[in-house]
Design a protein around this ligand. Structure first.
Ligand code: ASP
Ligand code: MG
Length: 403
């Protein structure tokens, strides 16, 4: 008999039929004797719908009230699922964030779970109850409702698994697991059976949408094994765990892409100490996350060009910040928001020479121009023109034997 955390995403609870189906999955596990804490997302599309309601009132809708609003989606699915289980003869109860309570810190819409009370739920589990917890939310020290950022039910699942010392944490979703690339766009994508936290963290941060990156990070920090699997099939999913247990036969595990990038270039910036700091300090103060930075070697020792990439949503704010920055001088500013980032990720890259060359050669064969490059031990990312995205992903997927 194990203690399990099961998390069901938005599509898994997207209709009453699906909620009834989820209740059946839980009932089966229950019959096997497991103790279960179940985390649910809002019904698919619900959170977006609530956000758009708020925007119809104000583009600057009050942050505290926005969290109260958004948290309601998960409250609905928690009650429906607990009710469905009771209907199927399984003792079950939903617990809202303030009833547990789940304590968070940090700003509204982007809070982190720091602790939660386990006594009441633990008692319920030992009485053979199935506890249902709404994902994506908690309360602050002041007692205000907070949310954990988009996709935040994953963060709830991982935090609950850690705090309750669960034996496993299963993430149920609408695909069979983690794929070598986006299976909706590239049909030859293959399901990955086992993947390390580091690779999963890179893939999810670089655009693969299966799991919230910060939840993967927490799982890695506390060594909580995860399994991503489908609600709709019985197939074995993807196990995510520590790298030491993995055997690498391939240099690259997956290809990720993200289309929400933009590129900014400052032409003829002075080439002297302190200039880069002066450019980037106000950006960080404005919460703009700079991703890649490239500085050309200056040929005249006096001026140079600096290119950097940011999230596309931050482009206007970035241009504004640079234009209002009295501390820097440059000849002109250019920007391009029709770019995307393509990344290859693999822990096997560390021990395989020539991966960089192979990637560049593959892109060259497709006549795809590389606009910026960044590397880390287990990933290589390039910025390219957005219209080449799928061509590039397909080519790299083939180049690295993933088809
Ligand atoms: N309902 C929230 C969202 O759509 C949280 C989640 O689904 O994990 O972002
Ligand atoms: Mg989700």
């Amino acid at each position: 008999m194990a203690k399990k955390v099961l998390k069901f995403g938005g599509t898994s609870v997207g209709s009453i039929d699906r909620i009834l189906h989820v209740a059946k999955i839980i009932k089966k596990e229950y019959a096997a004797g497991h103790k279960m804490i179940v985390i649910v997302s809002a019904m698919s599309g619900k959170t977006n719908e609530l956000i758009s309601h708020s925007k119809n009132i104000s583009k600057n809708f009050n942050k505290r009230e926005l969290d109260v609003l958004l948290a309601s989606g998960e409250q609905v699915t928690s009650a429906l699922l607990a009710g469905a289980l009771i209907e199927h003869g399984v003792m079950s109860k939903s617990w809202l964030n303030f009833q547990i309570p789940i304590l968070t810190e940090g700003e509204h819409s982007n809070a982190r779970i720091i602790n939660m009370n386990i006594s009441k739920i633990d008692k319920f589990l030992s009485e053979r109850g199935v506890a249902i917890i709404p994902g994506f939310q908690g309360i602050s020290k002041n007692g205000d409702i907070t949310t954990l950022g988009r996709g935040g039910s994953d963060a709830t699942a991982v935090a609950v698994a850690k705090i309750f010392n669960a034996d496993s944490c299963e993430i149920y979703t609408d695909v069979d697991g983690v794929f070598s690339t986006d299976p909706n766009k590239i049909p030859v994508a293959k399901k990955i059976d086992k993947i390390s936290y580091d690779e999963m963290l890179e893939l999810s941060s670089l655009g693969a949408k299966v799991m919230q990156p910060s939840a993967v990070q927490t799982a890695m920090m506390y060594n909580i094994p995860l399994e991503v699997r489908s609600t709709f099939t019985d197939r074995h999913g993807t196990e995510i765990f520590n790298q030491v247990n993995l055997d690498y036969t391939k240099s690259v595990t997956g290809v990720a892409y993200s289309k929400d990038e933009a590129k900014v270039t400052l032409i003829s910036v002075q080439d002297k100490p302190g200039v880069a700091a002066n450019i980037f300090e106000p950006l960080s103060k404005n919460q703009i996350n700079v991703d890649m930075v490239i500085q050309n070697i200056s040929s005249d020792q006096k001026t140079t060009d600096i290119t950097f990439t940011i999230k596309r949503d931050d482009l206007l704010k970035t241009i504004d910040t640079i234009k209002n920055n009295k501390k820097i001088q440059y000849e002109s500013l250019t920007h391009n928001d029709k770019v995307s980032k393509i990344s290859i990720v693999g822990a096997g890259m560390v021990s395989t020479p020539g991966v960089t060359f192979k990637m560049f050669k593959g892109l060259a064969e497709e006549k795809i121009n590389i606009l910026a490059i960044s590397t880390s031990e287990i990933k290589l990312s390039v910025i390219i023109n957005e219209h080449d995205t799928l061509k590039a992903v397909k080519k790299l997927h083939t180049t690295f034997d993933l088809d």
